[in-house]
Design a protein around this ligand. Structure first.
Ligand code: 2AM
Length: 188
């Protein structure tokens, strides 16, 4: 199973970003993320075997319990691999130093939980981000990054980890369908 561990902002936060982007997104070369699919990936698990699921859930629960909730908002923008030839346009998380450390620990904890459950974790570098659009062909996206730099969404509290299954090709227009498998409360 293809899965990922994510921070999923509350609906009103997603809708706020959606309403900001909606009137501006006519550019055809960008594939925009549907509002209900916006998230911050902490750990991408390309191939989770069914038999690993129970242990993965238990370990994620413990990893989440060790961390404390933190306040943030979606704000600012960036691009991967870089603005000049981007494949991904993203919005950032506004975090103070303590929040940044806490989010990093959340990602480290989620990745360690997966690895200890015998699940391989893809990707080494972690930059907290919300992918808002993908590009089929790399392009210059400084206009979009500037636009997102002018954005600051409503404050919300990160209070859980979400384990999501990604069913490729089952969503609308060939997109993946995301299914929330389980949520794990922070600091319980
Ligand atoms: P993203 O956070 O940059 O959007 C579900 O597919 C999520 O997992 C996506 O949001 C995506 O990252 C992330 N993802 C997909 N493929 C990945 C890979 N090969 N390595 C790391 N993360 C990946």
């Amino acid at each position: 199973m293809r899965m990922f561990v994510a921070l999923v902002p509350p609906r009103e936060v997603l809708e706020h970003l959606e309403e900001f982007l909606e009137p501006r997104r006519e550019a055809a070369e960008l594939r925009w993320t549907a509002a209900e699919q916006l998230h911050v990936t902490l750990a991408f698990l390309a191939d989770v075997e069914e038999r690993r699921l129970d242990e993965l859930g238990e370990r994620l629960e413990r990893a989440a319990a060790r961390r404390t909730p933190l306040g943030t908002r979606i704000a600012g923008g960036g691009a991967f691999p870089h603005v000049g030839r981007a494949r991904v346009v993203w919005a950032g998380l506004e975090l103070d130093d303590a929040g940044r450390t806490e989010v990093r620990r959340l990602a480290t904890g989620a990745r360690a939980a997966a690895a200890r459950s015998g699940v391989e974790v893809a990707g080494k570098r972690f930059t907290p981000h919300v992918t808002v659009a993908r590009l089929g062909r790399p392009a210059e996206v400084s206009n979009w990054v500037r636009l997102l730099d002018a954005y600051a969404g409503p404050a919300w509290t990160v209070d859980r980890l979400t384990l999501v299954a990604s069913h490729l090709g089952e969503g609308p227009r060939g997109r993946p369908r995301y299914e929330v498998v389980e949520e794990f409360a922070l600091g319980r």
